[in-house]
Design a protein around this ligand. Structure first.
Ligand SMILES: Cc1ncc(COP(=O)(O)O)c(C=O)c1O
Length: 376
């Protein structure tokens, strides 16, 4: 049987929680399990206020509404990211200014960002690739100096840290994903983190389809009315109950994934030391959350050959993002700057299977296959 790239893992408590949510007779959004999930994130990581959402894409859409993005506002973000980092801004008429990745890491090159700032720049989005932090001192100082909003796309970054502080707590806003491929999953799901008090009141309204329903439920207002724009961003209690089961196992999940990551690293390091492949070391300021393990090949042809070799040998390995600045949709809007590092990661990065139930023996076997490809 082929070794899958990803396999969702169930803690065993999900169905129990869903049954319990159903027994309370409240399975639409913002019930007991939604509140438990919010409390988990606020108490564990110190986020000021959180809102569970139907996906990370939707959390970014909410963030964009709260930032009041208008036609012509400029938003700087990496080209090497998922389309959802971008498309909610496009929906509201923003101009995306793509920045390159660092030479030695897929994360955004913050030194380049300074050169892209204009009077119209409203937001800087950083995405911590593979849960490994961008240099947040640098990102925060750029945003402070130019009075720009900082959004952290923390889709990959649950329980990961920069200089001991959790990712998602640096930006005014941050957005998590609980898609099936993430460390903690509810199939589809997301979370908007607000660290700036000023967005909270409006967020409650945008989250509830533009109504003041939350205030009404608390008894703060005597009428439930349409007061702003919004959408249906709040997931059902069934999703929240599932997610909460996963959250209560986070320590075990992170420990297991990190052990798999470490095994890949120690097995493949000799090959990297010989120069056959490249494995990127973590910067001193960042932790690893075992979200994904990737290696870099010499060039695209070699990456594609290695992908074919592994897939023919029953290992489902995959590439990752394709540069957004040269995507069929955005090419006509991009200002023509070359972004060679982003293209390099699009061409040479290969991800190996990593999921909770992947045994270390299988990891050893996958690494042997990689070695075989390089004639070991
Ligand atoms: C960096 C990044 N941002 C956003 C998303 C969107 O997440 P979701 O599928 O929860 O909408 C993804 C999806 O994998 C992602 O990789």
């Amino acid at each position: 049987m082929k070794i899958p790239f990803n396999k969702p893992w169930f803690t065993g408590k999900e169905i129990q929680n869903i049954t319990s949510a159903a027994s309370f007779g409240h399975i639409s959004g913002n019930g007991l399990y939604t509140k438990k999930c919010h409390a988990f994130f606020e108490e564990t990581y110190g986020y000021k206020k959180t809102f569970l959402t139907t996906s990370c894409t939707d959390a970014i859409e909410m963030a964009v509404i709260l930032m009041d993005i208008k036609q012509g506002d400029e938003v700087i973000m990496p080209s090497y990211t998922f389309v959802s980092t971008t498309s909610p801004f496009i929906l509201r008429g923003a101009k995306i200014v793509f920045a390159d990745s660092l030479y030695n890491h897929p994360n955004i090159d913050l030194d380049e960002v300074e050169k892209l700032i204009t009077k119209k720049t409203k937001v800087l989005v950083v995405m911590h690739y593979g849960g490994v932090a961008c240099d947040m001192d640098k990102a925060m100082s750029i945003c402070k100096k130019h009075n720009i909003i900082l959004l952290e796309d923390v889709a990959h970054s649950i329980d990961s840290y920069y200089k001991g502080k959790p990712l998602g707590s640096f930006g005014q806003m941050a957005t998590f994903s609980f898609h099936e491929t993430k460390n903690i999953s509810s199939g589809e799901g997301g979370l908007l983190v607000l660290n700036d008090e000023k967005y909270i009141e409006r967020a409650e309204i945008v989250w509830e389809k533009g109504t003041n329903r939350s205030a009404f439920s608390r008894g703060d207002v005597d009428k439930y009315e349409w007061v702003d724009i919004g959408a249906s961003y709040s997931p059902s209690e069934i999703i929240a109950a599932f997610l909460y089961a996963q959250l209560t196992h986070i320590e075990d999940i992170q420990k297991t994934r990190n052990a798999i990551w470490d095994r890949y690293y120690s097995n493949l390091l000799p090959l990297a030391n010989k120069g056959a492949i490249q494995i990127i070391d973590l910067p001193d300021f960042a932790t690893n959350n075992g979200h994904l393990f990737y290696l870099l090949t010499e060039n695209k042809d070699q990456r594609d050959e290695l992908l074919d070799y592994l897939n023919h040998n029953m290992v489902h390995a995959v590439f990752h993002y394709l540069s957004l600045h040269s995507s069929p949709y955005y090419l006509k809007y991009h200002d023509g700057r070359e972004l060679p590092n982003s293209d390099k990661f699009a061409d040479t990065l290969l991800r190996l299977p990593l999921f909770y139930e992947l045994s270390l023996d299988i990891v050893d076997m996958i690494c042997e296959k990689v070695g075989e490809f390089y004639g070991e």
